[in-house]
Design a protein around this ligand. Structure first.
Ligand code: CAA
Length: 383
């Protein structure tokens, strides 16, 4: 077993760290305050190839592996979690399924511009009435001639207002439950597509989230991704990879909070010494450090396994569950270390605290991750 990163991985990590510190971090608080989408950051990340990291070069990506992707994403998220999720959704939830399940024509048509960051993608599974129970979705697709007609509303779509295209999951036949689901690549310009309500959020305020309305939306039949009835498996398998990205986002947020609060503890004085000299603070520092290290190991293992084509359902869910709960723990402790200064906007720790919470919710709540893990563990036991 090798715990050391290769020279190439260290180089991309350093590149991302320097870039994030210089270009992303300085604007993060302002973007959060204004709830402003980080368009400039997306452009700059695109120049470095970060919007299509795992796409081969002949399709416009930079052809790196998942480990390289999580190393970069951790740095971006440590600087600005809103920018990080924008990158993650384009890479994992939009490009991922087209690359894995798309036919040659779909790959050629959709991957290059999105991988180069000239266009932005999204993923639309959730609906007002179905979140955790994804198979209960109600958006319909009906084949009419050479087009499918889509009707319904999708909810909480990350990148929704800014996306040029998205993967939309629909049902062809509700009686078939998950076996009736089909996925489509839908462009924002298709007739009957519109962006609905833009959400105001607790955290990741600079990331854009909206509903999407499909009012007899006309989608060419050639834009169906995979076979009819294959949509649920495409959705689930895409989320397996996506969950590694959200686990990484959690890790980045948690690390930023840890670094800031630990440094603060070495500078702030109380009762004649720096607060880092008190055991109460040292216990927090060690608990935060252990949580983050364990989270990173789970994230890197899941990425390593994905790069080797191994099944990652359980490992991706474990990484997401642990890292997201670590992030909420660490950011809460970081606020506590700073005391009153942790609670005000002048310091970034309250932003980290607000940003961390969503990682326990989107791309599958902690409750769903526990369900997925338990199912896999029980399956292994009965093998
Ligand atoms: N990969 C491939 N296939 C899978 C799979 C996976 N990971 N998980 C399940 N399947 C297959 C099963 O094998 C089964 O296939 P068969 O019919 O051939 O046997 C089929 O799918 C149905 O599986 P289940 O019986 O397990 O389905 P279920 O209805 O009990 O639900 C669930 C499973 C795990 C609860 C699932 O609904 C789930 O993950 N829910 C959470 C949804 C979620 O994460 N939503 C996030 C929204 S996206 C988002 O947040 C994006 C954003 O903008 C950031």
């Amino acid at each position: 077993m090798e715990f050391k990163l290769s020279e190439d991985h260290l180089a991309i990590q350093k590149l991302a760290k320097d870039f994030a510190a210089k270009q992303i971090a300085p604007k993060a608080a302002e973007l959060d305050e204004k709830a402003e989408f980080p368009s400039e950051n997306v452009k700059k990340m695109a120049e470095l190839g970060f919007m299509g990291m795992m796409i081969p070069t002949d399709l416009g990506g930079v052809g790196l592996d998942t480990l390289a992707y999580v190393l970069v994403l951790e740095e971006i998220c440590a600087a600005c979690a809103s920018t990080g999720v924008t990158m993650s959704v384009n890479n994992s939830l939009f490009l991922g399924p087209i690359f894995k399940f798309g036919n040659d024509a779909q790959k050629k048509k959709y991957i290059p511009e999105f991988a180069q960051g000239k266009k932005l993608g999204a993923y639309a599974l959730s609906e007002p009435g179905s979140g955790s129970d994804a198979a209960a979705l109600q958006t319909t697709a009906t084949l009419r001639g050479n087009k499918y007609i889509l009707n319904g509303t999708k909810n909480f779509i990350t990148n929704g207002p800014h996306a040029d295209a998205m993967i939309i999951f629909t049902t062809l036949d509700k009686t078939k439950k998950h076996k009736g689901i089909a996925a489509f690549i839908v462009e924002k310009g298709f007739k009957g597509f519109s962006v609905g309500k833009v959400e105001k959020k607790l955290g990741i305020r600079a990331s854009s989230t909206s509903s999407v309305i499909l009012d007899s939306c006309e989608v060419p039949a050639e834009n169906r991704l995979g076979e009819e009835g294959e949509g649920f498996k495409i959705a689930m398998s895409t989320l397996d990879s996506g969950r590694i990205g959200i686990a990484t986002q959690a890790l980045g947020i948690g690390r930023a909070a840890f670094e800031f609060s630990t440094k603060y503890a070495t500078q702030r004085e109380a009762f004649g010494q720096t607060i880092s000299q008190f055991q109460a603070i040292q216990a927090k520092i060690s608990d935060m450090a252990v949580q983050l290290d364990a989270a990173r190991l789970l994230v890197w293992r899941a990425a390593w396994m994905k790069d080797r084509g191994l099944p990652i359902i359980k490992e991706a869910a474990m990484a997401k569950l642990f890292a997201s709960e670590a992030a909420t723990f660490v950011t809460k402790e970081a606020v506590q270390v700073l005391g009153g200064y942790g609670y005000i906007r002048e310091y970034p720790v309250e932003r980290f605290f607000r940003d961390a919470k969503i990682t326990e919710i989107y791309e599958g709540t902690s409750e769903i991750q526990r369900l997925v893990i338990a199912r896999e563990v029980l399956k292994e036991l009965t093998k």
